[in-house]
Write a protein that binds this ligand. Structure first.
Ligand code: NAP
Length: 164
């Protein structure tokens, strides 16, 4: 199963200047719970934004550059290769961004784990449109902002409609 994990604002904004748009520790905890123990696939810019391999997960980074190496990550040259390696490791594979990788994998994914943040922010990177003819929301849990989490947000799970 391929699951996309993303946190997006009301306009599907996900990042600016290669950074996230918010600080939401509850979302980071949720992300860790979802992905720990499984392979995670990301674009080179997202990897650089995180700055280090995430622990307890096989970090698969997609790049067209063939002249770099970093300890603790697997660098591959295409989405296809990333999925091939990930599926050898585990049947549950997580795609964690960024924008270019979401664009290229949304049609291949079986599930979307979305954190919908109640904010509208300046951004330069967006999540693709979610086609309601294809995707259905099967679960939602909402949280109010507090002293540590700066916006209200909802965790939403989408699966593909069986008739499609
Ligand atoms: N809110 C969230 O949940 C979330 C999650 C993740 C990221 N983000 C944000 O998203 C932004 C980064 O996203 P982005 O779209 O700019 O970059 P990205 O998707 O993380 O990485 C883009 C890079 O991936 C490689 N790539 C993409 N498609 C490829 C393909 N088909 N074959 C081989 N390599 C490929 C290329 O690397 P090379 O240039 O090395 O060839 C490309 O420059 C940041 O602001 C980050 O904070 C947000």
């Amino acid at each position: 199963m391929i699951t996309i994990v993303v946190a997006m604002g009301k306009n599907r904004e996900i990042g600016v200047d290669n950074q996230l748009l918010w600080h939401l520790p509850k979302d980071l905890k949720h992300f860790k719970e979802l992905t720990s123990g499984h392979p995670i696939i990301m674009g080179r810019k997202t990897y650089e934004s995180i700055g280090k391999p995430l622990p307890n997960r096989t970090n698969i980074v997609i790049s067209r550059k063939n002249d770099w190496f970093e300890e603790g990550i697997l660098i591959v040259g295409s989405i296809k290769e990333a999925l091939k390696f990930a599926k050898k490791i585990d049947e549950n594979v997580f795609v964690i961004g960024g924008g270019t990788i979401y664009e290229q994998t949304i049609d291949l994914a079986d599930q979307l784990e979305i954190t919908l943040v109640d904010a509208t922010l300046d951004a330069d990177t967006y999540f693709p449109k979610i086609d309601e003819k294809i995707w259905q929301k099967i679960q939602e849990t909402c949280h109010e902002k507090d002293e540590k989490n700066q916006y209200d947000f909802c965790f939403q799970t989408f699966t593909k409609k069986t008739s499609v």
